[in-house]
Design a protein around this ligand. Structure first.
Ligand SMILES: [Zn+2]
Length: 109
């Protein structure tokens, strides 16, 4: 299942975002492995957001909501309407990542 970057529209496989992207950060491999066992909320604690940002990933409330990605042109800005809709979906569905991903996928978000 794919979700799209809110800035450049690039499709990303949800499995990649949830399982692999953490290994593109500068975190030690052991810590990246441990990250997979954290709660969805703890996975986007400030330490991890900073590591993702260095690897050019920026997320909303969950890792399904990709705001910026490594494919984004440097000066591109997130699409405002798409970003707002994605945050609204996340607020409705909480930390049910499968439901969030399916909703984004259904609406090409
Ligand atoms: Zn992008």
């Amino acid at each position: 299942m794919d979700v799209h970057c809110s800035t450049c529209g690039e499709p990303w496989d949800t499995w990649h975002l949830y399982q692999d992207a953490i290994y593109e950060t500068a975190l030690p491999e052991e810590e990246a492995e441990a990250w997979g066992r954290l709660s969805h909320n703890d996975q986007l604690a400030p330490r991890y957001r900073a590591a993702f940002k260095e690897a050019e990933y920026e997320f909303g409330l969950t890792v399904m909501n990709l705001i910026r990605c490594p494919a984004c042109p440097r000066d591109a800005k997130p699409h405002e309407e798409r970003t707002a809709i994605k945050f609204a979906v996340e607020e409705l569905l909480g930390d049910d990542l499968d439901a969030i991903a399916a909703t984004f996928n259904d609406h090409d978000l």
